[in-house]
Ligand binder design. Sequence first.
Ligand SMILES: N=C(N)NCCCC[C@H](N)C(=O)O
Ligand SMILES: O=C(O)CCC(=O)C(=O)O
Ligand SMILES: [Fe+2]
Length: 338
Amino acid sequence: MSSDFKSIPIIDVSPLLCNKWGDVDNEGVSEVVKQLDQACREAGFFYVKGHGISDSLIKEVRDMTRKFFDLSYDEKVKIKMSSKTGFRGYQRIGVNVTKGKLDKHEAIDCYREFKPGMYGDLGKTLEGSNKWPDRPSNFYSVVGEYINLLTGKLSALSFSVYLSRNILRGLALALGGCPKECEGERAGDPFWVMRFIGYPGISDAKGLEVPENAVGCEAHTDYGLLTLVNQDDEIPALQVRNQAGEWIWAVPIPGTFVCNIGDMLKIWSNGLYESTLHRVINNSPKYRVSVAFFYEPNFDAVIEPLEFCKEKVCGIEKCERTTYGEHLVRKVLTNFVT
Ligand SMILES: N=C(N)NCCCC[C@H](N)C(=O)O
Ligand SMILES: O=C(O)CCC(=O)C(=O)O
Ligand SMILES: [Fe+2]
């Protein structure tokens, strides 16, 4: 239900991180919840500040991503993605497709790992272990810590931020539910996805074949609950479409994540919150990197409008049900040139 918004709001989520979630009447929390509700109804996009993740870690993740893409093709292709790797690993420019058009980006894709067979035939498509680069040598140790801070799901933590989970609790309240509405069988075991992405600038295709006039990533919506984009500090490239069809720039704001709503949250909210169309165009001569973290429901979660979101519109179900796994696998199987 997006509007003709002209800019993307900035929300300080720190009250959600400090909250013990026993006291939802806390004034700071209700103010953030109000802002989240407005942002999700109007734009489906907002910047997150006050997230508790250090600027140096955020930058290091981007710097390592840049170093990886700077390596030779022979080096990068050592962790090549294919259907045999569970669609995990590196994809050169010219492999990604959106809306049937080639995207001008290269990427490494990672997914939450799981035991083979755990999600039956459907899950087979994504079975495999992640392909972390050997170079730069500390890639996985830094990224592992980053994932911990975003989800709070992996191994021991030195301190707990649980950023995505806390934002989702804020959104559950904003929709009129209890804070843990979207946990347990819904997203208690989030099937997170992560993409490390490199977008060549206009004159910098690194000698690779790049389709002329290609867009970095064509217009699409994201698939799950929340996306947190750690974007290049210098190059405006991400654009968000408003109701009037205008493309609004999500210019880089250092120290923030760009957060947007995915298709599954649109369904849970019964269409009250939009998974807004967005695209990437790198018109600069410089190479742009971004790291997108997708916080998703459980792989086998059944996704249908939440009861209290249906009640807001006289019990009418405005969005079709699915399972997250079906939605994800359908997308993955059409995302690449084979
Ligand atoms: N997991 C997510 N959201 N990835 C977004 C990938 C870019 C769009 C994709 N090629 C498509 O056509 O949907
Ligand atoms: O690179 C960006 O800023 C956004 C990427 C994106 O939209 C995606 O990977 O889904
Ligand atoms: Fe996206």
